[in-house]
Design a protein around this ligand. Sequence first.
Ligand code: SAM
Length: 293
Amino acid sequence: MKLYSPTTISDIKARHDFKLSKSLGQNFITDRNVIEKIVEGAQIGPEDMVIEIGPGIGVLTAEAAESAAKVVAVEIDKKLIPILGETLREYDNVQIINQDILKTDLNEIIRERRKAQDFTGEVKIIGNLPYYITTPIVMDILEKGVEAESITIMMQKEVADRISSPPGGRIYGAISVAVQYYCQVEKIINVSKEVFIPRPKVDSTVLRLLLRKEKPVELRDEKTFFACIKHGFGQRRKTLLNSLTGVNGLDKDGVKEALTDAGIDWMRRAETLNINEFADIANQVAKKTLAQE
Ligand code: SAM
């Protein structure tokens, strides 16, 4: 069955009296090439387990099940569960979990499936993400330290551009620094809005986020690093002296000293700082504000 074909999607909708939900970000892929690019981009091996976020009617799930030892797909919409039971019935290596991905303990799933010897390789996360919660999903996975090797996901092109952005421009922001701290970011492909049902207003991009085994900077305190990023970009038009005032309770003079000790000009703005410079500032702020161990 060509699950990605518009005729199949219409047929499934009619037979199951299923209506696509805009609020759940349901834009289904109708292009075989895009499905292949996501699954190939994820570099799934026969020993690996794939965790899919939001399988929809199962187009990516079926393709992943052909390559992986195990696929666990987490879908929030309970109306899609009987549909997935039908579209994926020939695959005995697929498990569907009807749950909100943000409330799912992925590390517990990984531990359980490894213990059951459902897979012996790496964990690869994939998905055509619902646009409305792309950033929360990505940050949730990264902050919780999910034991995956990579995350290969389609998202709104503008969000992918921000995640991949180098310092210096308007689109460089907290999400760029945060994701690049946890991952190496690779662009797989741009995808036109024409290949979805229903057609969204914006184009998409597939990114592969390869989780770093070692972080790119040494930090005294990770929380302070993220607080500096949040403060810096929270008021991105202000100079660092102003935008960082208040971070970890530091007053203006304290921020001035921290910036001087980090060798960073107070008049610069957050969008000009690379990750090493953010780390230097955060380490000085932590030195001044946190009790020594
Ligand atoms: N993978 C399918 C495809 O590419 O055709 C569907 C992708 S569609 C953009 C996003 C999917 O994520 C939908 O099936 C939607 O119901 C599901 N979804 C939305 N929010 C979710 C959440 N919080 N947790 C799990 N799934 C979610």
